[in-house]
Structure formats: structure tokens, C-alpha cells
Write a protein that binds this ligand. Structure first.
Ligand code: PLP
Length: 497
């Protein structure tokens, strides 16, 4: 069963937690008890495919799903939609440093790891909760999430997905990735406004009770695919077990030996999944939370003060440009002894004043498992150059932030133990910064995004990710542009209500 971090709802089943997304008291769902696994359980994972492994982990968390239902979910989620049979393969830089490539899915970013599974978890949950309804997913996106959600939900029965993006506010590659999406149930709409306008518009649609009633009469239920849904977190736990088993299997580590994990962090979902893996009994030592210049998490981990009242930076690692990391609430809940009263006051203060302070005991328990480092823009690009020179291996800007954090961590006199570094995007997804990092600043100024990718491929021999190939040759299927006041009527028109 699942409970809310804010303590205001009675325990619900897994399907209800996934179907509701956010708990009705404004909190986030967490398992009432985190399941634990034995070393025997972990040992047997080494012989499994990714699907089998996902099935084992999902079964521990989805009590009201049948074995057959879980089987259907993992079969649909992890197959030839990934371009590597390992799904999440490791690339070793040296004996102790291993990159976990989480971008082999259709859209070249790690969000596929969860968003290829979520639609199936959600529709299975809907069948249990409201079998007559069709889910309508609304997404406001500044780029990556929109495409990953579109690919995940495309042609999934009993779902529709509508994505809003700021007109002129996403990169040309990101725009083309979205507007060329196939699938009978997908819609992509440009909004005359910025990302905040898109997000506010989507929130307003969710909060309009009358509209929800109109939709309900027609058999529709609105939902979201954002990273606070337990159905997005759960699939992310799986690849930490996968990485561990692979390292034991290939001899990099003995069974039972501890590994550290470094995660380039934004909304805190990915690193939280690693934390739950550790709580379950996976031998994880330290979790290293890597941030870019938007280093609110580095500060809270070091000082106990979370303060979002600060300058916001646009960086070369835009998927981590976040000042409010929603999933951090779950982590605070786990380390403060699951004290909901505390959570209510802390996160109330965050909304009201933009700042809260953790007590010393909580800070101490946090620092026992996690530490934070941040990397500025110059060091991010320098890290890409260095890893390419030394290892002939190309990493993207987000991964570079994580690699740099690991270097800082080790320079702080921590022993060099086996460490997994999450690689969250394919380098071609952030081609301009990557190209200039291995050449010179300004070297791509006269090239469009397609020319940059072609030049990068010629220079490095690394193939362009298939999800980013020939985008300029695909048919544009979504051309609608709306004013920000008209987002709701656009939804109504698509649904015929
Ligand atoms: C979303 C994203 C992140 C941040 O992940 P969180 O789970 O939100 O912390 C990091 N890198 C890339 C490329 C992403 O798309």
C-alpha cells in the first residue's frame, strides 16, 4: 500500500497511487513499507534479461497487479524500442568508473526509461480503478519531457496525449522531434507564450472542475505524466539493480561489494530511485547528487537550508535547470523518520517563503547517504573535452556535470571505489555544446543543428542517435499554434467536447 508524505490520506493500492499521481492532500505517494531483498535475490538477477529483472522489481511494488499484467507492462516497455539489448548498457572508463547509458530509448534521453513503461502502468491502473474511462494526458514541456511522453503514449489504447510547448522556446531539434510524432492519439500544440504560460495553462485546465465534469460525461479522465507519479519512479529503480548485476557479472566487483552512484540531478527522481534501491538492500554506498549552476540541492545537502530565492541560470545542461526539485520531498520524508507533520510545515514554508531549514538530525542522516557537488559551465565543457581526449568517449552536458562531480568527490580524499555514473542523454541531443567542447568555443556559430550533428559524426565516428536522424526530412504532422488563453478550447476541440 501507498501513503502520502503529508499524512492526510489513508493507504491506497499501487494502482490507485499511480492513477491519482499526486496524493489528494498535496503530498507524494511512497510505499508504506519499502520492500527489502536478500543478497540471493540480487545474485540471481545477474542471469536475467532487463525485462525479467524489471518484472522482479515491479512485482515487489505492485501488489494489486497480476503477474500477467506486469508481464504485459515490461514486454511493451523494454524491447526493440531500445537500440541495445542490454537496454541500459555500461561503458567503463576505467576499472572503478562506469558510465550507465540511459539514453538508448526512442528519444535519446533517460526519460524514456520511465516513460516507455508509465503508459502501460497507467492504463493497467485505470482498468482497475475506472475501467470505462479513457485517460487524457496533458503535458507542458520545455523540450525533452514532451517528446519522451509522446513516444511513450503513442498508439497506447485508451489514452490520448496532448503536449503544449512554447512557440519559439524550444530548440529546432526538440521542435522537430515533437511535431513529426506519429500515433493516432497524439497532439502537439505550440503556444504563443513561454514555458511558464504553458505550465500555467495546463494547471488551469486541471483545476477547472466544470471542465473535468464535462470531460467525465464524455468518458475522459485528465492525468499527467510528470515525475512525481510513482509510476515514473518505479521503473527507474530497476536500472540500478541492472547496473550492479552487470558489474558483478563482468568481474568489476564481487557480489556484496558496495558501489557508489553519481546522478546528474534536476527534479530528484533519478537519484531518489537509487536511494530506494539502497533502502531495499542493493549494496550502494554513497549517492552523489550532481548539479549545475542551479545548485539549490548542493546547498541543502551541505547546509540544511533549501532556498529557491536565488538567480535562475540557463545552462548548457537545461534539463537540470530547476529550482524546485519536487521529488526531494520524498527523500526528506524518508530521512526525517517519516514525519508528515514536519513535511507539511517545511513544504508549506517553501510555497509561502521559498525557503525552509532542516533540523540537524535530518541533515546528519542525509549526509550519511548523500553528498552534493555542482559544476559550472566552463568545467562542464572542459569535462566533455577531457573525457573525449582521454577515453575517446563522447558524453553530453548533463553526464559531464556528473563526471565532474565524481572528480570533485574523489579529490575530497574519498577512496576510489567502484562507481556508476548515470549518463542521462545521448551527446547528439546537446550537439552544439558538445561540438564546441571538443573543438573551440564559437566553432559551430555558422552551422545549423543538422550540420553540427553531421560534423560531430564525421569527427568522432560516433553514430547519430536514430531518434535524431533525418528529422528535417520527416513530415510535420502537428501544426497547430494557439494563444495562451485558448489552450483549454484546443483540448476541447481535440476531444470533441
Ligand atoms: C530529466 C533529466 C535530468 C534530471 O533528472 P531528474 O530525475 O529530474 O533529477 C537529467 N538529465 C537529463 C538529460 C534529463 O532529461
Amino acid at each position: 500500500m501507498y501513503i502520502s508524505t503529508r499524512g492526510g490520506v489513508s493507504p491506497v493500492t499501487a494502482s490507485k497511487a499511480i492513477y491519482q499521481g499526486l496524493a489528494p492532500d498535496g503530498g507524494l505517494f511512497v510505499p508504506q513499507t519499502v520492500p527489502s531483498v536478500s543478497q540471493d535475490f540480487i545474485a540471481k538477477l545477474s542471469e536475467m534479461t532487463y525485462r525479467q529483472l524489471a518484472k522482479e522489481i515491479f512485482s515487489l511494488y505492485l501488489d494489486d497487479f497480476s503477474e500477467e499484467e506486469i508481464d504485459r507492462v515490461v514486454t511493451a516497455a523494454y524491447g526493440d524500442n531500445f537500440d541495445d539489448v542490454e537496454i541500459a548498457p555500461l561503458h567503463s572508463l576505467d576499472e572503478k568508473s562506469h558510465i550507465l547509458e540511459l539514453w538508448h530509448g526512442p528519444t535519446a534521453a533517460f526519460k524514456d526509461m520511465a516513460l516507455q513503461a508509465l503508459p502501460h502502468l497507467l492504463t493497467t491502473s485505470m482498468e482497475k480503478q475506472e475501467p470505462d474511462k479513457e485517460v487524457v494526458i496533458l503535458v507542458a514541456t520545455s523540450g525533452d519531457t514532451g517528446k519522451a511522453a509522446l513516444e511513450g503514449f503513442s498508439d497506447v489504447a485508451k489514452t490520448k496525449i496532448i503536449v503544449f510547448y512554447p512557440n519559439g522556446g524550444v530548440s529546432e531539434v526538440q521542435r522537430l522531434q515533437m511535431v513529426t510524432t506519429t500515433g493516432k492519439n497524439t497532439s502537439v500544440i505550440a503556444v504563443e507564450g513561454n514555458f511558464d504560460d504553458c505550465q500555467n495553462g495546463v494547471k488551469a485546465i486541471f483545476n477547472d472542475g466544470e471542465f473535468a465534469k464535462t470531460l467525465e460525461v464524455k468518458g475522459y479522465r485528465l492525468s499527467s505524466a510528470n515525475s512525481i507519479n510513482w509510476g515514473r519512479l518505479l521503473p527507474q529503480i530497476v536500472y540500478y539493480f541492472k547496473a550492479y548485476s552487470a558489474l558483478v557479472k563482468n568481474g568489476a566487483m564481487k557480489a556484496g561489494e558496495v558501489m557508489d552512484v553519481v546522478v546528474p540531478t534536476g527534479n530528484f527522481g533519478n537519484i531518489l530511485a537509487a536511494y530506494y534501491g539502497k533502502v531495499m538492500g542493493l549494496p550502494v554506498g554513497r549517492l552523489i547528487c550532481a548539479s549545475n549552476k542551479n545548485n539549490v540541492l548542493t546547498d541543502v545537502l551541505n547546509t540544511g537550508e533549501y532556498n529557491r530565492n536565488r538567480e535562475f541560470f540557463r545552462t548548457v545542461s537545461p534539463s537540470m535547470d530547476i529550482l524546485i526539485s519536487s521529488n526531494f520531498e520524498r527523500f526528506v520524508f524518508e530521512v526525517n523518520g517519516r514525519n508528515s507533520e514536519d513535511i507539511r510545515s517545511l513544504f508549506g514554508a517553501l510555497v509561502k517563503d521559498g525557503v525552509y531549514c532542516l533540523d540537524d538530525d535530518t541533515v546528519k542522516r542525509m549526509s550519511d547517504v548523500m553528498c552534493g557537488y555542482f559544476t559550472d559551465e566552463d568545467d562542464t565543457l572542459a569535462t566533455i573535452g577531457k573525457i573525449y581526449q582521454e577515453n575517446q568517449y563522447l558524453i553530453d552536458t548533463h553526464t559531464a556535470v556528473a563526471v565532474n562531480a565524481l572528480e570533485q568527490f574523489r579529490a575530497d580524499k574519498h577512496d576510489k571505489i567502484v562507481t556508476v555514473v548515470d549518463s542521462t542523454a545521448n551527446p547528439y541531443k546537446f550537439n552544439k555544446a558538445v561540438y564546441e567542447a571538443i573543438n573551440q568555443a564559437g566553432s559551430s556559430d555558422n552551422m545549423d543543428e543538422f550540420a553540427i550533428s553531421a560534423a560531430l559524426e564525421r569527427q568522432t565516428g560516433v553514430a547519430i542517435h536514430r531518434g535524431l536522424l533525418d528529422l528535417d526530412k520527416k513530415e510535420v504532422l502537428h501544426k497547430k499554434v494557439v494563444k495562451k488563453e485558448n489552450m483549454q478550447s484546443a483540448v476541447a476541440e481535440i476531444l470533441g467536447v
